[in-house]
Design a protein around this ligand. Structure first.
Ligand SMILES: CC(C)(COP(=O)(O)OP(=O)(O)OC[C@H]1O[C@@H](n2cnc3c(N)ncnc32)[C@H](O)[C@@H]1OP(=O)(O)O)[C@@H](O)C(=O)NCCC(=O)NCCS
Length: 148
């Protein structure tokens, strides 16, 4: 099992992983082919693999507009639909934390729509729920942070 930087051959599997969290909100781009292809090109997607099989993917931003220099941001995470609760999501989070540390970041941040109901996943992975929250369209999201 290893986590590697995604290449264009990973596009379809990442689209399939990310469709699990699709929401019908105008501007929702995180499961679309063009956005994922662009991120693969930028090198922000990382895939958990066992041989040729892919088990999940995480998108980690370390330099985007508005992101404090001290932060890294998990923009998406999803593991294969029939392989949830096997520790793969945590492996991806641990990898993101290590990647961020190696770039001198002191905080890992993730935002998650409340309706996903996955807050406990983040806290079990070592994130703290922040008191600040936000809204995208009419959909509220929580903010989680992890000190690195
Ligand atoms: C959320 C998601 C990435 C978690 O990945 P996973 O591989 O199932 O998670 P893990 O098996 O590594 O779980 C790590 C810990 O979180 C817990 N956990 C995982 N999913 C959970 C959930 N939905 N609710 C509560 N706890 C959860 C596990 O029990 C485990 O706890 P433990 O360490 O005490 O045993 C996965 O369920 C997924 O892809 N969901 C669909 C897409 C999605 O919602 N992505 C998040 C968008 S913000």
């Amino acid at each position: 099992m290893k986590i590697v930087k995604a290449t264009p051959t990973d596009l379809n599997s990442i689209v399939a992983f990310n469709r699990q969290f699709h929401l019908d909100i105008p501007g929702f781009r995180w499961d679309t082919k063009p956005w994922i292809a662009e991120q693969i090109q930028k090198g922000t997607f990382h895939v958990l693999k066992d041989g040729n099989a892919s088990y999940g993917a995480i998108c980690v931003q370390t330099a985007i507009y508005g992101l404090p220099e001290t932060d890294a941001y998990v923009e998406t995470i999803a593991t294969k639909e029939d392989l949830h609760r096997r520790g793969y999501g945590k492996q991806l989070v641990d990898y993101a934390a290590e990647l961020a540390r190696s770039e001198g970041k002191s905080r890992l941040v993730v935002e998650s729509f409340v309706e996903y109901g996955v807050g406990d996943f983040y806290t079990r992975c070592g994130f703290d729920l922040e008191s600040t929250s936000g809204k995208f369209g009419d959909h509220p999201y929580n903010v989680f942070t992890m000190k690195l």
